[in-house]
Write a protein that binds this ligand. Structure first.
Ligand code: SF4
Length: 370
């Protein structure tokens, strides 16, 4: 906005385009999800396209809206669940998995174009292929099922970082843990547990079996000791009692998750949870969030302190006057912490570099090159 004053909005809020226009009347256009052509049309209308045979070519990897060294790989759209606090299915529809060949071809092109990290995203990554009954497709002459485990095995062939986001804890998630142990994909799971209380989870209508979460985490860590787990939780869901909130704190203390996001419940227009009884007062929600974050801050700090003295491979995201801003396998871009390396001599964005961790706090690490 400050660069040229021209803003076009794209994404699922398009279904409520008038809301965007009411709040920001100067936006040039509001387009729906996956409307790449439409977006490019608006961009070219307002910032005329430079002419020339070379600049007109779209790279084989397609158009990425992320820095060159990492890319999001969307594997499906929509969702078959009906969590009571969510309106995504009403906006995006039921699960619609992309054909396995399309996903793998895109990944291959991205890897060939120099991308160092693929971030697998969807509304529900572990449900990939359910809608097509895990149909077998073909890629490079090999049969491959439209299923998360097989997808991960194939993505692991490129020798670049592959990170899984939005993985609900279905039983078959256990199958990808050995792939993480064997270095095929990053030992990183972004798995939204949302709560510990069975009653609240039921009211939330969360997908997948949320029982035995602790036992499963323990098992995963036995198989893959390097596993880093990120999760998100909601506090102050309608009807949440103090005891249920404390159950959540107890899970947190026991699970020792590496990275955690916490949101206070806020009603979204059109969500079924708005009709649930016993809303939690705003001030109670805020206090619970603070208590939650206090507990997690200590856990995150303790998890990161274990890294001091360890050697790690990090990926350079940015070079600034203070050195190189990097991430390790334990940090997803935008949401997790960073690894700061003072000596950026000869480094470039997108380089992998070996470092030794020298210091930590509750979010980030500081390291020296080895
Ligand atoms: S799993 Fe639940 S929260 Fe996630 S997109 Fe589907 S309905 Fe929404």
């Amino acid at each position: 906005m400050t660069e040229n004053g021209k803003v076009s909005v794209t994404g699922c809020l398009w279904a409520k385009g008038e809301v965007v226009r009411d709040v920001h009347p100067s936006v040039l256009a509001v387009t729906g999800p996956h409307a790449t052509d439409e977006v490019m049309g608006h961009v070219h209308a307002h910032l005329p396209k430079p002419r020339g045979p070379f600049v007109d070519l779209v790279p084989t990897a397609g158009i990425k809206l992320t820095p060159k060294h990492y890319a999001y790989l969307k594997i499906s759209e929509g969702c078959n669940h009906r969590c009571t606090s969510c309106i995504i299915p009403s906006m995006r529809g039921d699960l619609d998995s992309r054909p396995i060949h399309d996903v793998l071809s895109e990944a291959e092109n991205l890897a060939k174009s120099g991308v160092k990290e693929l971030l697998v995203i969807s509304q529900d990554t572990s449900a990939y292929g359910v809608d097509v009954k895990y149909k077998t497709g073909f890629h490079n002459g090999r049969p491959v099922r439209t299923r998360m485990t097989e997808l991960c095995e194939e993505l692991g062939r490129h020798g670049i970082w592959v990170r899984l986001h939005y993985v609900y804890p279905y039983p078959h998630v256990d199958e990808v843990i050995p792939l993480m142990r064997d270095g095929k994909i990053l030992p990183y799971l972004d798995i939204p547990f949302q709560h510990a209380s069975q009653r609240i989870l039921k009211l939330m209508k969360r997908p997948a079996n949320s029982e035995n979460v602790l036992a499963r985490i323990k098992k995963w860590r036995e198989i893959c000791p390097d596993l880093v787990i990120r999760s998100t939780f909601i506090v102050g869901f309608p009807g949440e009692t103090e005891e249920e909130f404390e159950e959540l704190l107890a899970l947190l203390r026991e699970a020792m998750l590496d990275r955690v996001g916490c949101f206070t419940y806020s009603p979204v227009a059109g969500a079924a949870a708005n009709d649930l009884p016993d809303p939690v007062p705003e001030e109670v929600k805020e206090v619970r969030k603070e208590r939650f974050m206090e507990v997690q801050a200590e856990i995150s700090a303790a998890r990161l302190a274990r890294r001091v003295g360890q050697r790690m491979t990090v990926l350079v995201d940015e070079i600034d006057e203070q050195g190189a801003v990097c991430r390790s396998y334990a940090d997803a871009p935008e949401i997790d912490g960073m690894v700061f390396v003072a000596d950026a001599d000869g480094l470039q964005v997108g380089d992998f570099v070996e470092v030794e961790i020298a210091a930590s706090d509750e979010h980030d690490l500081w390291a020296e090159r080895v």
